[in-house]
Design a protein around this ligand. Sequence first.
Ligand code: ME8
Length: 637
Amino acid sequence: MSRQVWFITTPIYYPSDNLTIGHAYTTVAADAFARYHRLRGEEVWFSTGTDEHGQKMERAARDQGLLPAALADRVVSGIRELWATLHISYDDFVRTTEVRHERVVQAVFEQLKSQGDIYRGEYTGFYCEPDEALWLESRLVDGKCPDCGRPVIRLTEDSYFFRMSRYQDRLLQYFRDHPDFVEPQSRLHEMIKFVEQGLEDLSVSRQGLSWGIPVPGDPEHSIYVWFDALLNYLTTAGYGSDASRFARTWPSNVHLVGKEIVRFHAVIWPTLLMALGLPLPDRVFGHGWLLLEDTKISKSRGNLIDPNMLVARYGVDAVRYFLLREVPFGADGSYSEKALVRRINVDLANDLGNLLHRTVAMVTQFNGGVVPPYRAGLETPSLRRAAELAVVEVEEAMDRLELHRAIMGVQSLVRAANRYIEDRQPWALHRDPAARELLDDVLYNLVEVLRVTAILLSPFLVETPTRIRRALGLAEAGTAWAEVAWGGTVPGCVVKSGDPLFRRIDTHEDDDRAEHPMAPEPEARAARPSVISVEEFRRLDLRVARVRECVRVDNADRLLKLTLEIGEETRTVVSGIAAHYAPADLVGRSVVLVANLKPATIRGIRSEGMILAASDDEGRLSVVGPWSGINSGSRVT
Ligand code: ME8
């Protein structure tokens, strides 16, 4: 989609307490999108901020013996520091207590009132303070908040109402006409169901609550905190203050939010915009939660994990990488320090760090540190193709907001380059004077693939790309997405060895490699299995199988589903190797199948057998197959 400005938002967070790794999750994701689009030369407006009014803030301040404004000031300065620590490249930080925002909220309130979309009445219902959500009795579940299951408070008070019911049919029609408006799709269906149950008018003011924006002309009432908060997106776009910026920036491209506040963004927000006669955002993306032992990490649950501490311990890029890579964007996923360390050790230190280290060492040892000339036509297409595929994979994944998949695309490239070193064996070429040009070619390709990798990683990581370029002796500044085209490294650069990109973190737990459902238990790896007889071995029916199709398994980022041909027979096998191979790497290849393994159902898919793979202590994994062409179905003995 071509747009004037890519407008990307995070929710504005309650500054009632310090933020958690969960808030960092959304914000780092938004930052990655913003960086990606800037890198592509697009103009970006990336906003974040704080939602400072409401009952929850008032109570938190009271509990600490502070005025709400003082609490907000204190927490907001910590939030700004956190975003600096995580290198969040926002263009605007909007606080709902700023005059520029209060003006927008009051102007919108007045406009809707004057056009008959806001009227006065009496509200009888319930209030969930942690969510700042109003509920009619009919929506409660067992007398509790239907969203979070916590107790609600009964309210009966004079109130202003927004005629939301008036927009029910238009909203449903909008959902039907714009099936990408709410993503992932499952959340759109939830919203459709919710609206089909009937949209009631929404109470948009609270009586006697002093900490809020006053209703214009009726200061006894303050404006409901969600009405106030949602309008932050208009404030930051320049609504009512900078008409030309607003015209270029609105509508927003994507509101990134956690799944628990999709309803506010996909029901209340579009109906307010309809009432204002403004275009609707392109997308509301509701990502999943980071969980700690199956429970959402949150301030109100008190299980917060301090992102500052993680960055201090592991570095900004390791934390950003983990947040973006670990959990499929959209699904819930678990946070654990062990998983973070595994990502650092396997993906960053081992795969990426080693590739750089080996490349710099080989250019130094075999060519005096100078990147050799590029001989068009000589380069081995496989690595170039892998790089070109990775670019497409990252682009497609970013269009679909699949951050984890974009990073997996880069990972496959790094792994392909490590395999390329094993295949080409530059040390052997170095010993053979006749292979000089081939060696130059291999070294150039490795530098080139790292240069491309550094660009592909730039939306996600903030220090590593520069460090890679520095180690390769490339210019540090001025990187643009277009430079991913193969062949950009200028021969003659002088590489520099330096500190490792990522240091491996010592861990005594060796279950890192259990990514692979068929990987042996750590104990089995340590001790060799006991001796077996030939008869026992013969009980295994090992067959050569050809991979006909291969796809990723939805919501299981380690699993691939393979369709195998074994002679005349076709079988499905699920294998935990998605972190090591992209589906396209496997199609057409021959593998070895344990054909008489008892079938198992994995993620609802019946898996009939297991393919063999070798894995080493450094986290590498290699699928095992025949050395030369042989018919599928052949027995392996
Ligand atoms: O809801 N996992 O603010 P808030 C994933 N002020 N994301 C998480 C998370 C977790 N464990 N914990 C927090 C509000 N988040 C309102 C928003 S917008 C107009 C007003 C992220 O401080 C996620 O994006 O409770 C979630 O939606 C947001 O923080 C909630 O932040």
